[in-house]
Design a protein around this ligand. Structure first.
Ligand SMILES: O=C(O)C[C@H]1C=CC(=O)O1
Length: 96
């Protein structure tokens, strides 16, 4: 199942540089683990915003939820999730 997830990051202004660095390092480790596994297919930065657009290919909504909530920055992000299916006019068989 394919999902498009938009994640807007909201870092509390009270965080120290050290705390921010720690979260960003752990965030990178977690997202790269799933990118290497093939489940996190695309990760794009939205130009000019602390926001990303991601495409994930997972077995179920439960698995998507498990991955997203594993992200250290999950409590500090607003997420919009869209479930994707094949467009009838798409010329390619595979969606990715
Ligand atoms: O910087 C972001 O967009 C937040 C985040 C989500 C995955 C990741 O690697 O970083």
């Amino acid at each position: 199942m394919l999902y498009c997830v938009e994640m807007d990051v909201h870092i509390p202004e009270t965080w120290s540089e050290e705390k921010l660095k720690d979260y960003i390092t752990r965030e990178q480790q977690t997202s790269q683990k799933y990118q290497k596994s093939g489940k996190w297919v695309y990760l794009w930065r939205v130009a000019g915003q602390y926001s990303n657009i991601s495409i994930l290919d997972v077995e179920s909504p439960d698995e998507l939820h498990q991955i997203l909530t594993e992200l250290p920055l999950f409590p500090y992000m607003t997420m919009k999730v869209k479930s994707l299916c094949k467009h009838p006019n798409a010329i390619r068989e595979t969606m990715l």
